[in-house]
Ligand binder design. Structure first.
Ligand SMILES: *Cc1c(COP(=O)(O)O)cnc(C)c1O
Length: 359
């Protein structure tokens, strides 16, 4: 650490993404990425004319992309904020509305980035425990006086709450900000974005990283009131006015209007997930059914960590969380049919070896 590093960051906790090893080719199912390409419209949009205009700055207002996203949900561009991935959108939200000591809450098991942010910027955060079945106890968030951050559906548990429940949380106190992170909403959960028309304290965040197969393009967005979006844009212009590259703006605009392709990919993932979950149940694992692009399950017959390690040896990366409540579980992103067949074959083989010989 340098002499200059602020001691405000003494309790900082960096976010650790799913590993990206390059020592060999892996079937990469540890970061909820996609093995499918983006909409073919993206390739059409990133053409030679685009390349030739690289000498100019991108539009700092990202109008084209904001309008295209707004159109899908029936909002004007003034109610849409876009950023370099949902993570940056969340970051700008925090930077605009949270200061050290402010009270915020989120579940004990959720997207780690929330705690990273809360710790780094010294928010006064509380983590409400999920119930034993990994669902959220909605009452915790209705009763609290804290601002709320919830992933819906949640990651890594894949469980969702209803729009009616979110409405109860949002309506409980209009002076409290509620951020709903809908990274996985396209896989069959109802979005709460319509509530933005009724409540002044709701921010809905989504991403192109999951259902639109564009994690590497880094595109995320928030939909909220004009006032909240205006505030976030003000802060953006004090920090990084050109936060979106012209490529991301063009690619995102092309992708967002291709709802047909989105639906096709989502249906494929849901189909692959359901057959994979069925196979895992046949192996005796306790599958917590999700509405996302990943499977979440309790491993029986061997340690989940050991199974994860064995899969890695065989060129398959999955996610294991070495925490008290999760160490018996694995989260496995859903890939193509071929990839999932390979995963099933390997898991079956490993489990057969476990039951026929003792390690
Ligand atoms: C993957 C994920 C994100 C990150 O999205 P990016 O747009 O890639 O930054 C945010 N929230 C949740 C819950 C996620 O799982």
């Amino acid at each position: 650490m340098s002499y200059f590093f602020l001691n405000e960051y003494d309790n900082m906790e960096v976010y650790i993404p799913g590993e990206q090893p390059h020592d060999r080719k892996y079937i990469k199912l540890n970061a909820n990425e996609s093995s499918m390409p983006p909409s073919p419209k993206v390739l059409e949009a990133i053409n030679r004319a685009q390349l030739n205009s690289m000498g100019q700055y991108s539009d700092p207002h990202c109008m084209e992309l904001r309008e295209a996203i707004g159109k899908i949900y029936g909002f004007g561009a003034d109610q849409v904020f876009v950023g370099n991935g949902a993570d940056e959108v969340l970051g700008f939200c925090m930077l605009s509305f949270f200061r050290p000591g402010m009270k915020v809450c989120f579940p004990d098991i959720t997207y780690d980035f929330y705690r990273t942010y809360a710790k780094t910027y010294q928010l006064d955060y509380e983590q409400f425990p999920l119930k034993d079945d990994f669902t959220i106890n909605v009452e915790d968030y209705v009763k609290t006086d804290r601002d709320v951050i919830l992933a819906n559906p949640n990651n890594p548990t894949g469980q969702a709450i209803s729009v009616a429940d979110i409405e109860r949380i949002v309506a409980a106190n209009p002076k409290r900000m509620v951020i709903i992170d809908e990274a996985y909403v396209d896989y069959g959960t109802e979005s709460c974005v319509e509530l933005v028309r009724k409540y002044p304290n709701l921010v809905v965040v989504q991403t192109f990283s999951k259902s639109r197969n564009m994690a590497g393009a880094r595109i995320g967005f928030a939909i909220s009131t004009k006032e909240i979006i205006g505030d976030m844009n003000k802060i953006k212009f004090t920090f990084n006015p050109f936060n979106m590259s012209s490529f991301a703006i063009e690619a995102g605009t092309a992708a967002v209007s291709d709802t047909e392709y989105l639906q096709k990919c989502v249906n494929q993932i849901i189909h692959n997930r359901e057959s994979f979950e069925d196979e895992m149940e046949k192996l005796g694992f306790e599958v917590i059914r999700t509405c996302t692009n990943f499977a979440f399950m309790k491993i029986h017959g061997m340690e989940a960590a050991a199974l994860g390690k064995e899969l890695k040896k065989r060129g398959i990366l999955v996610r294991h969380y070495p925490t008290e409540r999760l160490h018996e579980y694995l989260r496995i992103t859903i890939g193509t049919e071929e990839e999932m067949a390979e995963v099933v074959r390997n898991i079956r083989e490993i489990m057969e070896r476990v039951t026929t010989c003792t390690f």
